[in-house]
Write a protein that binds this ligand. Structure first.
Ligand SMILES: Nc1ncnc2c1ncn2[C@@H]1O[C@H](COP(=O)(O)OP(=O)(O)OP(=O)(O)O)[C@@H](O)[C@H]1O
Ligand SMILES: [Zn+2]
Ligand SMILES: [Zn+2]
Length: 799
């Protein structure tokens, strides 16, 4: 038997199938397995993507070596998916195969330098610990090592480390018969109370064994010492047993009873459309467009129930941020232990455990964020994507996949419906529904018949501000005070973290910039540092201008930290929770904050866009947007769409229950259509208007787009290569196709790399995919400039 292997080297030359002979003792090998294969002088990990009887290869095939896992980590479906997707998104297939595994299972190589020649073996350089090449940073050492490699005196060895560990707990078995325990019990000394207690337990509960140590100690009322003694005497047998870490444990504490709501008429009508597609196993995509608070979640849960009762499994994707206790609780209380949850808040071990439960077929519902779209779930009868407009469904780094596209592929493979839900569908999805490619389902009203909240726009050019800063208008502060008096809660959004956006010198005009990126540094008062929000570079806050030493420096612009400080001065009685990347870094802090807010331990939840979406707090009656303009003038064709969506979503957090909600939006651009239409929360009108704008500008969804970025250490090299690529594209594509650029990217330098980009807009280009693959391959050969090329199919933005 011959195995087709994708080896674990991410490079164009190795991005293809290599064949290996399967030794006789491994003939049960399955597609999706991980193996070790000899590859040149080294041993590499690889994935089996096919098995054949014969090979076209002329020479003698090498044997593959070791199968790493008990169960192939990837299903045949995922192996097929990796092939289709790699081609479409210009990723290496190995990058996708690895992206499908939980982080701990991705191989980690240690590169060790080993001496080959006898002379090298005697070098003092090799006398100590193994030489780990990943840890060597000294240039002299690097040069020395290169010399050794060139002369053949040393070579690089790759050592695979597997970090995945199964968690175990001690457990105890009862090896003797009950009659024997009884006999021992009768022979005990009268004062051996603990031993009597344990034996009595063994006699009465012999069927419960083996038991986990923790459970046994509690149930029998004994301590570890007694158990250890019992093992010595042969009454108990100790073993380690594998247990799963339960990421839901923390959620279980106060799980509410499962309330299954009666669907209202609109919800019911939507469900009735989805049900037949589940029953008839149709790969139909539905777009569930329902205003904020219309009860889309309830429709998903009913549909999932239906899939389960049809004997199938269900996959549900939600944005990371929606994996709140509320959502997890709801799903868990409906579907109990049959649910697996995958999100980045879990430890590596927890993720690994959840993933294995799915792979072993022990769960029927998977809920997770973006990467959960690769969950090894089989027999899928329904896929749901909540908040389908969210940009986070697109992975921004390699492999640049969009979870929605992957879900569509899996829906076809599994012949099952896909439900996309949103109050503000992406323009592309809504346009597809318009054309009948997706089936449109609408929920035009809030579930509990409440009205959408009243939205007021405050013109920052004309308003008066409270306090000394120019951030919070009198209207907004007054509205906050009213809510505080009524014991109601407030959500405030400012989509900018830190204290101030930049440092400006009033003497010389100097603005403090990141040395690695073309970005100004943000001031973080709490840590006393200036920080680059792209690469993480930090430097202490300066007292004087670094350029001219003048003390006349100012910190301008506003972030969440400054607003927090200001608010605390203006309304000292308010309890404020600030929620942004800086306050939610620690594991579990996100959930803790939302819990605390839900329990009304705080009055104001102030945060970046992470608080804008999906949250359902009945006591929130006021939503304030401190500055609606933060994303409005970004040089991106979808800036209006993003702004409209964000404002509509955050507005939708107000007045979701019995109490009426109000929304105040502060802006310098009250006449911009994205803001005006967000005021009426009228998605349909926004859609119609924005489609015209896109049509006039030849933008998606009227055109498909591909973004080609070229990066190099020197700007002129990036430009030179980009112009070459443009010529190649022009020669091979149709006239009607629009090729923009090359131009420096909006942020032209990031992490010391200069970026040039070309945007291709096209309606139909059958050869574009293969042309871009060629371009990618030949660009890889231009090694001299440290050049990289990135191809982003359907970019979420073009900055
Ligand atoms: N049939 C129903 N009867 C009464 N209340 C309902 C019903 N369906 C949903 N609700 C309630 O309405 C509220 C909003 O529901 P849900 O959070 O699902 O809205 P949504 O459509 O997901 O909104 P958003 O897009 O803003 O996240 C919830 O508190 C939910 O319990
Ligand atoms: Zn200066
Ligand atoms: Zn930087």
């Amino acid at each position: 038997m011959i195995a087709q292997i994708i080896v674990d080297i991410a490079a164009k030359q190795t991005d293809r199938i290599f064949e290996y002979h399967v030794p006789d003792e491994l003939t049960e090998l399955e597609v999706g397995s991980r193996v070790f294969v000899p590859f040149g002088p080294r041993k590499l990990q690889g994935f089996v993507v096919g098995l054949t009887k014969e090979s076209h290869f002329q020479g003698k095939l090498k044997d593959l070596l070791v199968v790493v896992d008990e169960l192939p980590p990837l299903t045949p479906e995922l192996v097929d998916l990796s092939k289709a997707l790699a081609d479409e998104i210009f990723a290496y297939r190995i990058a996708l195969l690895k992206a499908m595994l939980p982080r701990v299972m991705r191989a980690n190589y240690r590169k060790i330098l080993t001496p080959v020649s006898a002379a090298a073996k005697r070098l003092p350089f090799f006398s100590g610990d193994p030489v780990d090449l990943n840890k060597i940073t000294d240039n002299k050492e690097i040069a020395y090592i290169r010399k050794l490699l060139r002369s053949g005196d040393a070579e690089v060895e790759y050592i695979v480390e597997n970090r995945a560990r199964v968690k175990t707990q001690s457990c105890y078995a009862a090896p003797l018969a009950v009659a024997q325990y009884r006999k021992i019990y009768e022979g005990l000394r009268a004062n051996a109370l603990k031993q009597q207690q344990l034996l009595m337990y063994l006699i009465e509960h012999s069927d419960d064994f083996p038991m986990l140590q923790h459970d046994l100690e509690r149930a029998a009322g004994v301590q570890t010492g007694t158990l250890t003694a019992a093992v010595k005497k042969g009454w108990l047998k100790k073993a380690a047993t594998e247990v799963y870490r339960d990421p839901l444990a923390e959620f279980n504490e106060q799980t509410s009873s499962p309330v299954k709501l009666r669907l209202n008429q609109e919800q019911e009508a939507a469900l009735q459309q989805i049900k037949p597609a589940i029953e008839n196993q149709q790969a139909q995509t539905f777009l569930l467009e329902g205003v904020t608070g219309s009860g889309k979640t309830e429709v998903y849960l009913h549909a999932i129930s239906h899939a389960l009762s049809a004997g199938q499994n269900a996959l549900m994707l939600v944005p990371e941020i929606s994996l709140t206790p509320q959502m997890v609780d709801q799903v868990r209380s409906r579907f109990g232990s049959e649910v697996a949850v995958l999100h980045s808040g879990l430890s590596e071990g927890e993720l690994y455990d959840e993933w294995r439960r799915i792979r072993r077929g022990e769960v029927r519902v998977v809920v997770g964020a973006r990467s959960a779209v690769f969950a090894p779930l089989t027999n899928i009868g329904l896929i749901v994507i909540d908040e389908e407009h969210e940009a986070t469904y697109k992975q921004e780094d390699n492999p640049r996949y969009h979870a929605r596209d992957v879900a569509i592929w899996r829906s076809k493979y599994n012949s099952c419906p896909l439900v996309l839900g949103s109050a503000t569908p992406s323009l592309g999805s809504r346009a597809r529904a318009q054309k009948g490619v997706y089936q449109l389902l609408q929920l035009p009203k809030r579930a509990n018949q409440q009205a959408l909240p009243e939205v007021q726009v405050i013109d920052l050019k004309k308003t008066n501000f409270s306090g000394t800063q120019f951030d919070l208008s009198n209207q907004l502060v007054d509205a906050i005070k009213v809510r505080l008096k009524r014991q109601e809660q407030i959500i405030l959004m400012l989509n900018r973290r830190g204290f101030a956006n930049f440092m400006l010198c009033r003497e010389c005009g100097y603005v403090m910039q990141c040395p690695n990126c073309d970005l100004s540094l943000t001031m973080h008062k709490d840590t006393g540092q200036m920080q680059c929000h792209y690469c993480g570079y930090t430097i202490p806050i300066p007292q004087t201008c670094p350029n001219c030493q003048s003390p006349q420096i100012r910190f301008l612009g506003t972030g969440t930290q400054k607003v927090e400080e200001e608010l605390q001065e203006l309304v000292p009685e308010a309890r404020i929770l600030r929620m942004d990347v800086d306050t939610t870094r620690r594991k579990g802090s996100f959930k803790k904050m939302l819990d605390a807010f839900g329990d009304h331990e705080a009055d104001i939840l102030l945060g970046t866009q992470m608080i804008a979406k999906g949250l359902d707090f009945p006591n929130v009656t006021l939503v304030g947007v401190v500055n609606a303009d933060t994303g409005l003038w970004l040089p991106d064709y979808n800036a209006s769409e993003r702004t409209f969506e964000l404002l509509t979503q955050v507005a939708g957090r107000a007045g979701r229950s019995a109490k009426t909600g109000e929304v105040l939006i502060q802006t310098f651009n009250p006449d911009h259509y994205a803001i005006k239409l967000a005021q009426t929360q009228d998605y349909e009108r926004f859609y119609a208007y924005e489609m015209k704008v896109r049509h006039a500008g030849n933008y998606p969804p009227y055109f498909y787009t591909v973004l080609v970025s070229v990066a190099a250490k020197k700007a002129e090299n990036a430009a030179k290569e980009a112009f070459k690529i443009k010529t190649q594209l022009q020669q091979n594509l149709q006239r009607s196709t629009i090729i923009l650029g090359p131009a420096p990217s909006t942020i032209s330098r990031l992490k010391n790399q200069y970026y040039y980009q070309i945007l291709v807009k096209y309606k139909k280009e059958d050869n574009l995919n293969s042309l871009l693959h060629q371009i990618q391959a030949s660009a890889q050969k231009v090694k001299k400039y440290g050049l990289s090329i990135y191809i982003d199919n359907e970019p979420e933005g073009i900055m």
